[in-house]
Design a protein around this ligand. Structure first.
Ligand code: PEP
Length: 252
């Protein structure tokens, strides 16, 4: 069955004590909220994983890393492997964020390696895709997104696919305050689901969680989440304040 998920992506924000405090606030708010209509995940810097896991342990909030290495282990100074991430107790890893694609030259091919290592280490993958403003204006964003997904994920078996969450994040909407309209987002989400159905069949496509990301906030989340193919959000800026994040979590 398809799950609704609201996941925070803290990016390179907060010191460890600040992150622990934010995680405590989110954890307490989620526990106080009673029955929620979505799973809640916080995506945090590597340095925070163990400390945040201790705060979340036993609670309802899942934990994600924001990246992992494309190599299993060895002489890769500064890298953090999928096995290391899994050993912190994190259940998820965010891969393919547009900031990593742009600033750290992550290709579809490299992301395929990362996805394989994440899954081999028992992590679920929140796989980001999305087009630039140029591609949107040129009108050929569908092919671009299809290539991002197919080149990094379509080698997976149907069984492996059960551990993939897709996050559609139009680059022009990330951190810009410019949200895709709910109709624009729905159009791409439906297209992604159709792409998955073409490869893996209707049932698996229907079971796949597809998140929207890009300037999502409490005020626009209800309209976005009301769309049939939008199953939640990957939240950047608004995940750094527990009250804003909870405003999105409770938007379902
Ligand atoms: C993101 O970077 O994943 C994101 C969606 O950022 P923001 O919500 O700040 O646009």
């Amino acid at each position: 069955m398809r799950k609704n998920i609201v996941a925070g992506n803290w990016k390179m924000n907060t010191t460890v004590p600040e992150g622990v405090k934010l995680a405590e606030d989110v954890n307490a708010a989620v526990n106080a909220a009673g029955e929620l209509k979505c799973d809640v995940v916080v995506g945090v810097p590597f340095t925070h994983l163990t400390a945040v896991k201790a705060v979340l342990d036993g609670g309802k909030v899942g934990l994600a890393a924001e990246n992992c290495a494309a190599k299993a282990s060895g002489a890769y100074t500064g890298e953090v492997s999928a096995a290391m991430v899994a050993s912190t107790g994190a259940q998820y890893v965010i891969l393919g964020h547009s900031e990593r694609r742009e600033y750290f030259c992550e290709s579809n091919e490299m992301l395929k390696e990362k996805v394989d290592l994440a899954l081999a280490n028992g992590l679920k993958v929140i796989f980001c895709c999305g087009e630039s403003l140029e591609l949107r204006e040129a009108g050929n964003y569908a092919d671009f997104i299809a290539a991002e997904i197919s080149e990094s994920l379509f080698h997976l078996t149907a069984e492996q696919w059960a551990n993939i969450v897709i996050a559609y994040e139009p680059i022009w909407a990330i951190g810009t305050g410019k949200t895709a309209t709910s109709d624009q987002a729905q159009e791409v989400h439906a297209m992604i689901r159709k792409l998955i159905a073409g490869k893996y069949g209707e049932k698996l496509a229907d079971d796949t969680t597809i998140l929207y990301g890009g300037s999502c906030k409490p005020s626009n989340a209800p309209e976005l989440f009301a769309k049939p193919d939008i199953d939640g959000g990957l939240i950047g800026g608004a995940s750094l304040k527990a009250a804003d994040f909870m405003g999105i979590v409770t938007a379902f």
